[in-house]
Design a protein around this ligand. Structure first.
Ligand code: DGJ
Length: 730
């Protein structure tokens, strides 16, 4: 069965797999209109064709006397502005005559097997042509001959459609792209909730659920990165949708720079939703004969609640986005020296941590910030990617050899996109910085941003990094980025191109990442931006894991990791046990809860292991051994949220393996209270007819899922936790 069909009689496109349908039509005048997106429909018989109705103050088609039809109310697929539709447009293109009206109408379409690559951009991919089909609909503006290809890929085995747009200037005049959404879609009159993920440093992705009401809402980042402040993803859900049931639509932008998400509910209660590069401060000169490809949006769907939507999001990231040697591979347990030593380390201190780590069973040591240039604090040396000889008596190579001699792997921190004013690089190349001529730069954490839109800058960084990679055995790189972009101006571009710098920067960054990750496939890359400031699908295409947050406090992490799991799988979420009092919140929590929270992602430690008591060491040995035994389940099992930290003092989530023979449940209680109500956990995702054992107690899956079980009523104290391991009895 084809996944995409075109019915030439009613001019309808139908994208459909076993579970979902996405239907569009070529409406009167040649406009591409939306008809339906949701559960699978066998055959579309015209019941959702847009009704003809006269709406006052809504213009009609040019030259038409038909008052019953207007672009202002039609459900559109890729709307413009200035010819009847007064809602937010998906594109704004300045033409030579000073107008920005572009009248895109259907020209042609093509259906291809598989999924074409998006030039220079991260995107989901297929490994076999039968995994997906792609519909490319070409719209044309007859006056300027400009075209836009709308790309729709539907996956055969996932409830996922991806979208992007490709602009082509086939005319004779320059045009300026001011807004180029990756996708737009209008939803027929209904009530919807919006779930989104605002935050800030150390408090990333704090889930907000709100009713979509009349008017416009814009969620965005102007920071040159996807940002701590607004993750580039949203969910639209039926107001009755819960984790376990109801309709939900996910949208995730595969891009790591400035983004915008617009939601608009019109007077007729129809909702327009649009995602793409932020149009604010964007301006791209498109000369004749040239193209512009927008980033991709991954659209996921579930009729079975948010957990099911997340399971789809996770599978798609693991199967169709993450690449390289670490795809579907278990990730090592690491220890990072950042919170253990900050900048104050030498080889002896580091080796004390490595020795302990080895005895505890930890597999990878990561040397964080401070090993290069004259870096003693965060005021200097970024850009000087050569060793700080005062710190490591046997150099990086000597340290790496010692770590490897212990049978462990060695990882190293870089912040390649940045430069300190106090650095050799700045002395030689002050023009390599993003900076507006004749204006003073705005430092942040005492550093400036290198102009990654420049090929010479990227080449220099590439050479410096590879000189180290070729000389020292390095198994892991933490790629950090500790400020947002301001003073955006490139010395390398003329004034007419300055509006394109932020996007060119991203293309440059992606280009360098592609090169490094291809040439060093054995290196595990972890992306970081002061924690989770660039936790997005774009980065995951190059680097299979991300440091979730600089906040390592277990309780703060409950909220962060819960929300992060809506889109991103646990195999992508770096999560470490750190010291108490916690360095960010000063909270004191048990090693058990710190362990259980950190094991809920890609597990590691970030504290001075040499200062631990014997009792703590024994407990850590147990944690490490447990994680090793169960990490496949914890990184790649189906993740199911049970109790939300946003709704209660009790938090729980679980993991189930593919054949439902094993599950792990983590329960966390934030604050203790006297006479606490009994807490009953009802599980999910198990096989109802299988018998499971947990702590010597046997039960069928149906009992565990429908009736449930009580958490130990004697559990006392703040920040309490339990872990339950269920195994099928054979
Ligand atoms: C921010 C990161 O998130 C931290 O883990 C650490 O690597 C510091 N930067 C180092 O400067």
């Amino acid at each position: 069965m084809p996944l995409i069909t075109f019915n030439s009689e009613n001019k309808t496109f139908h994208l459909s797999n076993n579970s979902i349908s996405y239907i569009m039509t070529i409406e009167e005048g040649g406009y591409l209109a939306h008809l339906y997106y949701g559960r699978k429909i066998k055959e579309y018989n015209g019941l959702s064709d847009y009704p003809r109705i006269n709406r006052s103050f809504s213009p009609n088609l040019p030259g038409s006397t038909d008052r019953m039809y207007s672009l202002d109310t039609l459900l559109m697929e890729y709307p413009g502005f200035g010819n009847g539709d007064f809602r937010q447009p998906a594109h704004m293109i300045y033409h030579k005559n000073g107008t920005q009206v572009t009248d895109f109408k259907y020209l042609t379409h093509e259906i291809v097997k598989g999924k074409p690559k998006l030039a220079g951009l991260p995107a989901t991919y297929t490994t076999r042509d039968d995994e997906a089909e792609t519909l490319i609909i070409t719209l044309i503006d007859e006056l300027t001959q400009m075209t836009v290809d709308l790309l729709y890929t539907i996956f055969a085995a996932e409830n996922v459609i991806t979208r992007s747009s490709l602009f082509k200037n086939n005319g004779v005049d320059d045009v300026r792209l001011q807004k180029v959404a990756s996708m737009s879609m209008d939803i027929a009159s209904c009530d919807l909730d919006l779930i989104h993920f605002p935050g800030t440093w150390a408090r990333e992705r704090q889930l907000v659920r709100e009713k979509i009401s009349s008017g416009q809402k814009k969620l965005d980042s102007k920071r040159g990165s996807s940002s701590h402040q607004q993750n580039p993803v949203i969910i639209l859900a039926d107001p009755k949708t819960t984790e376990q049931q109801g309709e939900a639509f996910g949208f995730s932008l595969v891009y790591s720079g400035n983004h915008e998400i617009q939601i608009e509910k019109d007077p007729y209660q129809q909702t327009r939703i649009m995602l793409g590069i932020n149009s604010f401060d964007f301006n791209w000169l498109l000369t004749p004969g040239h193209n512009f490809q927008t980033p991709e949006v991954i659209m996921s769907y579930s009729s079975r609640g948010l957990n099911d939507l997340s399971a789809t999001n996770h599978r798609v990231i693991n199967k169709h986005l993450i690449r390289g040697n670490y795809k579907n591979q278990e990730r090592p347990i690491l220890v990072n020296n950042w919170e253990a030593t900050y900048f104050d380390f030498d080889e002896d201190k580091i080796m004390a941590i490595v020795d302990e780590a080895h005895d505890l069973g930890i597999e990878l040591f990561v040397l964080d910030d401070g090993w290069f240039g004259k870096r003693e604090d965060d005021n200097s040396s970024l850009g000087d990617w050569f060793e700080n000889e005062g710190k490591l008596k046997n150099g990086l190579k000597g340290l790496s050899e010692k770590v490897h001699a212990k049978g462990m792997s060695f990882g190293l921190w870089f912040e390649p996109e940045m430069i300190s004013e106090i650095s050799e690089l700045f002395k030689t190349h002050p023009e390599w910085v993003l900076k507006i001529p004749d204006r003073a730069s705005s430092p942040s954490r005492g550093q400036l941003v290198l102009d990654f839109s420049r090929a010479d800058v990227r080449k220099y960084i590439y050479q410096k990094m590879t000189a180290i990679l070729d000389n020292v055995a390095i198994d892991y790189i933490k790629w950090d980025m500790n400020r947002n972009m301001s003073d955006v101006y490139s010395n390398n571009l003329t004034s007419e191109h300055q509006g394109s710098v932020s996007h060119r920067y991203m293309l440059g960054l992606y280009d360098l990442l592609e090169q490094l990750t291809t040439e060093y496939p054995e290196v595990l890359f972890e992306s970081c931006s002061g924690g989770g400031g660039r936790f997005d699908a774009g980065m995951l295409y190059y680097m299979p894991q991300t440091w979730t947050s600089d906040n390592t406090d277990a309780i703060a992490r409950l909220n962060i990791q819960y929300s992060t799991s809506m889109f991103y799988p646990t195999s992508t979420m770096g999560s470490h046990v750190s010291a108490i009092p916690n360095h960010q919140t000063e909270r004191e929590t048990s090693l058990s809860i710190r362990g259980n929270v950190a094991m809920s992602g890609v597990f590691g430690y970030e504290l001075d292991l040499s200062l631990l008591s014997d009792e703590e060491k024994n407990q850590i040995k147990e944690q490490v051994a447990f994680y090793k035994e169960h990490r496949h389940l914890l990184q790649y099992g189906t993740f199911i949220r049970l109790l939300s930290p946003y709704e209660s003092n009790d938090v729980a989530w679980m993991y189930v393996n593919q054949d439902q023979s094993e599950a792990i449940v983590f329960y966390f209680r934030v604050l203790s209270e006297e006479s606490y109500p009994l807490v009953k956990l009802t599980l999910d995702g198990l096989a109802k007819d299988k018998v499971y054992d947990c702590r010597g107690q046997k039960a069928y899956g149906d009992e565990l899922m429908y009736s449930g079980f009580y958490v130990d009523p004697q559990l006392k104290g703040d920040y309490a936790t339990e872990m339950y391991h269920f195994k099928e009895l054979s």
